[in-house]
Structures are given as C-alpha cells and as structure tokens.
Design a protein around this ligand. Structure first.
Ligand code: AMP
Length: 218
C-alpha cells in the first residue's frame, strides 16, 4: 500500500475537512483539539495526518514531507505556491481579506497622493500589492496575530486582515473600508507525489471534488 501523509491545520480547516476526508473513506483516529499529537493515524493504516500551523502547510507539501494538504488562499498567496499543484478550491473556511480602520478614521483623506498610510498586517505581500495597485504609499508593519489591536493603540492607521462574520472588527470599534479578495481553502498537492503516487492520490481528489460539486448543486 502507498503511504500517504496529509498536512492540515487545527481549528476551522480541520473541522471543515472532516466531511471531505470521510467522503474518501478516511477517518482520523484522534481529534487534534484534544490530543497533543502532531501525527495522527486514520482508519486507513497507510494514511496519516500531520497537524501543522496553517502558514506551514504549503512548506510541508512543497518539500514532500506531506503528499498533500489544505491551505487558505491567504497563506498560499504569501507562500508563493512553488512546487504545489492546486487542483481544487474546496470552498471551506471562507472569509474576505479586507482593509479596516478605526471607526471615524478618514480613510479617503489618509490615502490621498502624498500621504503615507501605516498598515499593520500578517500579509505584507498581499497588502503591498493591493496598495501599489491603488498608487497609495504605505509603511507596512508585520504582525503575527491580533492585528485588530494595532489601530487602537496607534501602531498603525489601518490593518489588512481576514474578516469572517465581522464580529471581531465590531467588538473593537473598527470598520472595513476595502475588500481585497475572497478567500477560501484549497487542496495543495506535491507535484512529484501526484506523479509517483497518482493511483493513491487521484481517487481522494475525485472524492473531494464530488462533495464540492454536490454542495454547489444543493
Ligand atoms: P470574525 O470576527 O468572524 O470576522 O473573524 C475575524 C477573526 O478571525 C480575525 O482575527 C481573522 O484573522 C480570523 N479569521 C477569520 N476567518 C479566518 C479564516 N478563514 N482563516 C483564518 N483566520 C480567520
């Protein structure tokens, strides 16, 4: 039997991936939210899951330490996608990449020619490209979490972050002022693994695709 390793992150992606795995007959033996294990077996002895940070999924797959994985488009844009085949948009963990500022902040004035906007974000490449396309000069401040805090304490004028329900922005008196991109999670497959382990991987891709088609038709 061909050994397969699948890279996933905990939380929303893991939860929303479970039905997809089930459609391919794969059931994890443990829940990573409860277990501290980083390698989790499945009901199929030759298939295992590795639990990694969301932004590390493309790296594990790129270098072949995992044969395939699931990663948000936000993470894939920042990673660059080298060495990865991206056959499917899984339509899970959907959200929007937005620019947000403090309520009452005059964003139009702050983005006039000649102004420099201070932008805090975990996504400097996405932010840089967005503001370059608009011709707005920015100073980018890289953060690793809780970007919503930055405008509240004067670290930045704006943030570029993911917004799902909008509750986090509202709770912190922030408002979205621009939509940069719709984000969802994608299947990423190591290009060499797809060739060498085609017979094992392609049926799983087909099972995932069938679930997505059925969801879209519903
Ligand atoms: P919400 O309050 O539902 O708008 O969620 C916003 C918070 O959750 C922000 O801190 C985001 O960085 C994070 N977030 C929302 N959607 C996602 C996602 N699909 N993947 C990772 N983080 C997300």
């Amino acid at each position: 039997m061909t050994e397969l390793t699948i890279a996933l992150s905990k939380g929303r992606i893991f939860e929303e991936t479970l039905p997809l795995l089930a459609s391919a007959g794969i059931v994890p033996q443990e829940n990573p939210e409860q277990s501290r294990k980083l390698i989790i077996g499945t009901n199929r002895p030759h298939i295992r899951l590795i639990i990694v940070r969301a932004s590390d999924v493309p790296t594990y797959v790129q270098y072949g330490a995992a044969d395939f994985g699931i990663a948000g488009k936000d993470v894939l844009i920042e990673h660059g996608g080298q060495g990865l085949y991206q056959p499917l948009d899984l339509n899970i963990a959907r959200c929007r990449m937005m620019v947000a500022v403090r309520e009452g902040f005059d964003y139009a004035a702050a983005t006039q020619p000649g102004c420099r906007l201070r932008v805090a974000t975990k996504y400097p490449d996405i932010a840089a490209e967005h503001f370059a396309n608009k011709g707005v000069h920015v100073d980018l401040i890289k953060l690793y979490g809780s970007m919503e805090l930055a405008p509240l304490v004067g670290l930045s004028d704006a943030i570029v972050d993911l917004v799902s329900t909008g509750n986090t922005l509202k709770a912190n008196h922030l408002q979205a002022v621009e939509h940069i991109a719709d984000i969802s999670s994608r299947l990423v497959v190591n290009k060499a693994a797809l060739k060498l382990k085609y017979a094992a991987i392609q049926p799983i891709i087909d099972a995932f695709a069938a679930v997505i088609e059925a969801d879209e038709a519903a």
